[in-house]
Design a protein. Structure first.
Length: 185
């Protein structure tokens, strides 16, 4: 399996030993905070979130993925989830709220449900991993990172994801966070 990290942040410079801190937002809870002299709006947040969902779709389409299984690791405490839905109502439709409450470990998700679960994961409302057989893998982690695993390298998908304005880099070390790989050991 090949693994890529997708993010809105530029990559570490090859000659640099450390990554300088970039003052940018990393979570839905940053809506309203000031970045580069401007408040982060829900519209801006959703615009970037939509790029991540589109990036996921691009790779899934090339891989002909039509459904995914969820490994649900954790749901945010209900009180905090409700707080998010009230504080950021433009980000939480009835559909996504109902999906949050119905979601269970080992569910087999349609493409539309993969959209919803990805949005919940990017918003840090849930922690989960998704897979399609042994061919495709998704993991959304903290600070707005998304990891894609694929049984093949698809240069066309990578190129299209970069055209969205996102960064995508192949992991250059073993990827140890795939819960399905680890469960086989």
């Amino acid at each position: 399996m090949y693994y890529w990290q997708v993010r809105k942040y530029p990559p570490l410079q090859k000659e640099s030993q450390y990554k300088s801190k970039i003052l940018t937002w990393t979570s839905i809870i940053d809506i309203g905070n000031i970045y580069n002299g401007q408040p982060l709006t829900a519209e801006e947040y959703l615009s970037v979130e939509n790029k991540y969902v589109k990036a996921m779709h691009i790779y899934m389409n090339y891989m002909k993925v039509t459904d995914m299984e969820v490994y649900l690791i954790h749901k945010l405490k209900e009180e905090l989830f409700i707080e998010h839905t009230l504080k950021y109502p433009e980000c939480y439709s009835d559909e996504i709220i109902n999906f949050y409450y119905s979601l269970k470990d080992k569910d087999n998700l349609s493409i539309r449900e993969v959209d919803l679960i990805s949005r919940l994961a990017l918003r840090e409302d849930i922690v989960c991993q998704l897979r399609h057989q042994d061919q495709f893998f998704l993991n959304h982690s903290y600070d707005y990172y998304m990891d894609i695993g694929s049984s093949i390298v698809c240069e066309a998908a990578i190129y299209e994801i970069k055209k969205l304005g996102l960064y995508i880099d192949l992991w250059d070390h073993p990827y140890e966070d795939n819960v399905w790989d680890n469960s086989l050991q």
